[in-house]
Design a protein around this ligand. Sequence first.
Ligand code: ASP
Ligand code: MG
Length: 334
Amino acid sequence: MRRKYAVTQRSLTIVRRRLVEMPKPLEKLSEIEIEKKGHVSRVMTHVLKYLTSKFVDSEFEWLLPVIFSMSTDPLWPDPGASVEKRIEVEIYGKTVRTTLSMIIHKMVACSLAHPKLFILSPNVRIERRERSNSGKHAYEFTQLDFEVRNASSEEIRSFVEELVCGLISSLKKHMRTELVHLGRYDSLEVPDMPFRAYDKVELESKFGKDWETRLMHEISEPVWVTNVPREFYDFEDFEDGQWDNYDLFLPKYGEVLSGAKREWEYSKIVRKMERDDVKKKNYEVLLKLAKDRRLKPSAGAGVGIERLVSWIVGAKHIGETQPFPKIPGLVFDL
Ligand code: ASP
Ligand code: MG
């Protein structure tokens, strides 16, 4: 049978021999592999049910996602981003982009109409193909993005800690059979609260440039990383140079959530966009709202669902948690 992979057979063989085994498309799975897929999918179902119920019970409004917009996350400057291609298409005479994250929509919706909101949103990030064997990247994934008007970073972080701990204890109670089959029942433990927090600058001076990899192999429980210089929308104190943002890192799987308190002042946003070379014309609505003082302070975060579930089930590759794997550099039919 002819393969339709986007990389050459030779480079694929090299990748396979050296590193993570690539997930296969559904139609190529053996019976045992299909059984495993079922366990993972039931865990995924429980995770989605648990998380969405918690948000609804905490009076968040559940918004539907968008795919095409003129404004999306610039993903720049972001030390962790590695986008090989940005998708822009013309529809009805306008240039629109596929959603990289719904951060801009969250800020606008939270300011104008929905003070507590969450969205399960498909994010399309065409990662560099070398990332296929990281085991942690997919070129399409689902982000559970949420935002709260006037919230502080501390409030968001406590909410996340309770969410993660509640989720793990619920999984251990209701998904025992599946976790036992997947070999994760004993090793998956409810983390201690509060989670430890590290400053990114300190991590970099301790571990060097490769601090992310070093950190995720060093920890045995989820930890926070704070003060990460990145996109204009995260709050930066111009006086002391500190960023009021946070990432949640999982043992072996790395960053599973990123979030922040947001910028809302027009002059700061403009100054940061100019400094970072972000095109202001791609953010007209956000800038107009900020100028008219209709943008409100908020804080929030987004959870990578497939990465969260990869950690829970101990997946070798994130594609194992997707019914139709979207592996960088590998395009399957479905
Ligand atoms: N969801 C993130 C946030 O809330 C944005 C991102 O995807 O990096 O900050
Ligand atoms: Mg971000």
